[in-house]
Design a protein around this ligand. Structure first.
Ligand code: TYC
Length: 254
């Protein structure tokens, strides 16, 4: 059974839901504009409730953590990272693991780097530590959400409304485009050497949105990390191949 609530963190009411009674606390961090409900059903439903206490959350401005309206200032990944840690502390967890997808993986990397004493283990998938023009070209290729498939668009339209969602999506693309001006297009490169927890990087070999060189870079720059390339995986590999993904994660967190 799932419990949910809102917790005030850094002046914002953050929505979260939790399941399981295990000793090992795990936070799920969603992708851009994502939420616990839309991004993590197979994990909330099927990861071991005996081993884990699983927490899903909506970052500020996402899903049910509104208001405030979502924005993408230059420090938004760090802000999400600090909110994530603030939420877990406020819920009474002194040590926990992080499972971060895509943008949620970027926040997880930063959270682990600045809180080495709090983060036990970390899994990130579909994430990147820098941005290239090639990445921005991929994002701009899907800037116009009216060209998305209904299956991809509908859940986000339901959360934000059909008028607001396209604006937020463009704001995200504009926000991440700013990182191109940073040295080497860094999004969170400078944090990677400070990560000390055991880290598992998963990536879909067929991910059309995040090229595989991003996973290789994370693997090279995070000490002692492990990399698994899922041969048929795309960006949503934890949804499409949920059983395999959940097994990989449970074995790693063991
Ligand atoms: N990091 C981005 C995210 O969290 C990657 C991405 C961009 C994924 C565009 C899908 O259509 C996409 N969403």
């Amino acid at each position: 059974s799932m419990a949910s609530g809102r917790q005030r963190v850094h002046g914002v009411d953050l929505f979260y839901e939790t399941t399981g009674t295990g000793k090992h606390a795990v936070l799920l961090l969603p992708g851009a504009l994502g939420s616990t409900r839309t991004d993590f059903q197979p994990q909330l439903n099927s990861l071991s409730r005996e081993k884990f206490t699983i927490v899903g959350w909506d970052p500020r401005g996402n899903g049910k953590s509104r208001p405030p309206e979502r924005d993408f200032p230059p420090d938004f990944y760090e802000r999400d990272a600090k909110d994530a840690v603030g939420l877990m502390k406020a819920l009474g967890f002194s040590r926990f693991s992080l499972l971060g997808w895509s943008d949620g993986g970027i926040s997880a990397l930063i959270a682990a780097a600045i809180n080495p004493d709090l983060v036990h283990k970390m899994v990130v998938w579909g994430s990147n530590a820098f941005i290239t023009q090639q990445d921005i070209d991929l994002y701009n290729g899907i800037r116009d959400v009216s060209k998305w498939s209904a299956r991809m668009r509908k859940p986000l339209e339901e959360v934000y409304g059909a008028e607001v969602f396209p604006k937020l999506w463009e704001a995200w693309i504009d926000g991440v485009t700013h990182f191109l001006k940073r040295p080497e297009g860094s999004v969170c490169m400078e944090f990677l050497p400070r990560i000390t927890c055991p880290t598992f990087i998963i990536h879909g070999e067929k991910d059309p949105m995040v090229p595989t060189f991003h996973a290789q870079f994370l693997y090279k720059h995070i000490k002692g990390s492990r990399l698994y390339m899922m041969p048929e995986g795309k960006h949503n590999l934890h949804l499409k191949y949920a059983d395999e993904f959940n097994k990989l994660v449970e074995d790693f967190l063991e």
